[in-house]
Ligand binder design. Structure first.
Ligand SMILES: Cc1ncc(COP(=O)(O)O)c(C=O)c1O
Length: 514
């Protein structure tokens, strides 16, 4: 294995075969080649002018690749193998909860009645789908400890925006205009971004020596201008805030709403609930805790659960259920007449396949299973942390706030950088050669050379040991020769990229065929 981890570090000229494999689908195009042949038209032909008005048509045909079906299949299969993914290796990407998604839930989502449902279907003919959504709402309400749920937001950050619009509507309804939103300095970047987008001003709250909200700083920043406090608990350091009841009390007494960023719900399911901690609004990243892959731009869902005082403002349409109790089958519908609502947040009802997967996940695990999932996530993180406290890893990559963690923890690579000249980025890249996706790096910002690890509950003990061993081996080889980590990775389809240039000067256009 170690032989494959360190191929030559010198740049090599790509072979013809490597060039062929790296070709884009456009470069494979041959004029006139087709992947399918359509049958003869067996209905009366109509002119294009009749079907699509000229003003809506393109002036010249789109520049599409012309390839055969096997070429398409091979091309995309090849591309998919060039990615690191959860199906080929562990993905301890802190804050993202990249856990295994049970295949059972994929099968349920793929059933034709689920997968082929049209978004514009009349509610009367989509009773089963609406019932599933209604049931999912009830499950999420129970998990969050808050009575009302809307499935509309399409991501965690969309839920944040929804929560802030709800906060604005709530205060406006009371005749109050409040300007600021408090967020801890450990907050995920989307929190302050959502605050700004909703037209509020961000006020940062400091972190104390134990990694929680600094209560004195919080008290000094609470005044009548505070609209809301936005917080995730456990926070992005992986630590449960020991003063959460006092924090929510202070903000509530000052008239603010309380927003819980539920991205870290994976640590607490079945043990505690945001509603019980005193929060008014929670978003749930279904594409983290509830059987959905996170990231990669795929469809997501960030439902929100809210308290009674926020409910009148929820987005429309609201899902309703009527007719229970009199023996008749319940009927489900969509309600639009809600005078205080903040309005619609998106077209149609959300990513239905995501709802099906999450509902199947929740029902197949049940309350006990969800509780166990969180317990195992926390146990795995603490086991791995205990292993990483040993040896050179403990010395060169110490934990940032050393107390029992929840489902993730943050290490600081500052000593490794100082003593070995190897940065957190180098260690993260080198992990790829050992078969691990790198953890989240350089976040949260208050930890120098941060490295944020979330092993999740779906990794085995052997897998956790292998990750701990990989850290130790990477640091041992860096002691001998820091260049090994600095030039990693060696075994990936592309070597180290200039990530700053890639994001600042991205080349997004296909060069014209030569
Ligand atoms: C703590 C935290 N909050 C919010 C978000 C935003 O969620 P989304 O990516 O679904 O917009 C994330 C995403 O990683 C997160 O980790």
């Amino acid at each position: 294995m170690s032989g494959t981890r360190t191929p030559p570090t010198t740049a090599e000229t790509p072979t013809a075969q490597q060039r062929e494999r790296a070709a884009t689908i456009f470069e494979r195009s041959v004029a006139g080649r087709r992947a399918a042949t359509l049958p003869q038209c067996d209905v009366p032909e109509r002119s294009l002018d009749e079907l699509i008005p000229r003003g809506l048509r393109r002036e010249r045909p789109a520049d599409l690749p012309e390839v055969s079906e096997p070429e398409i299949v091979r091309h995309y299969n090849r591309l998919s193998r060039r990615n690191f993914d959860l199906d080929t290796g562990p993905y301890p990407l802190g804050s993202c909860t990249m856990k295994h998604n049970p295949r059972l839930n994929e099968r349920v989502a793929a059933l034709p009645g689920h997968a082929r449902l049209h978004p514009a279907q009349d509610p009367k003919r989509a009773q089963g789908a609406l019932e599933l959504m209604w049931r999912l709402e009830r499950e999420l309400a129970e998990i969050c400890g808050l009575p009302h749920v809307s499935l509309q937001p399409s991501a965690g950050s969309h839920g944040e925006l929804a929560g802030l619009l709800l906060t604005r509507a709530y205060h406006a309804d009371r005749g109050e205009e409040r300007r600021t939103v408090l967020t801890p300095d450990t907050a995920h970047g989307t929190n302050p971004a959502s605050v700004t987008m909703a037209g509020y001003e961000v006020v940062k709250v400091a972190t104390d020596a134990r990694g929680g909200v600094d209560l004195d700083d919080l008290r000094s920043k609470i005044d009548e201008r505070v609209a809301c406090l936005m917080l995730t608990n456990p926070n992005t350091l992986g630590l449960f805030d020991e003063n959460i009841a006092e924090i929510t009390r202070l903000v509530r007494d000052a008239g603010g709403t309380l927003y819980y960023d539920g991205a870290n719900l994976n640590a607490i399911m079945g043990h505690t609930r945001p509603g019980d901690m005193g929060f008014d609004i929670v978003h749930v990243n279904l594409h983290k805790s509830f059987s959905q892959p996170h990231g990669g731009g795929g469809p997501g869902a960030g439902p929100i659960a809210v308290s009674d005082r926020i409910e009148p403002f929820l987005p429309v349409p609201r899902l309703t259920r009527s007719g229970n109790g009199d023996g008749a089958a319940p009927a489900f519908d969509l309600e639009y007449e809600r005078p205080k609502s903040i309005g619609r947040l998106r077209g149609f009802q959300g990513n239905f396949g995501v709802f099906v997967r999450s509902y199947a996940y929740i029902r197949s695990l049940g309350g006990d299973g969800l509780t166990e999932a969180s317990e195992t996530a926390v146990l795995n993180a603490n086991y791995l942390l205990a292993r990483l406290r040993e040896g050179r890893t403990g010395r060169l990559l110490p934990i940032a706030f050393d107390r029992r963690c929840m489902h993730e923890f943050v290490l600081s690579g500052a000593p490794a950088k100082r003593e070995l000249g190897v940065k957190t980025l180098d260690i993260a890249k080198r992990l790829l050669d050992f078969g691990f996706h790198p953890p989240t790096i350089y976040f949260p910002l208050l930890v120098d050379e941060a490295l944020m690890v979330e092993p999740t509950e779906t990794e085995t003990r052997e897998g956790l040991d292998a990750l701990a061993d990989a850290f130790e081996e990477i640091l041992a080889e860096a002691e001998r020769d820091p260049e090994i980590a600095r030039s990693a990775p060696y075994t990936t389809p592309v070597r180290r990229l200039d990530e700053a240039a890639a994001s600042r000067r991205p080349v997004v256009r296909q060069p014209a065929a030569g």
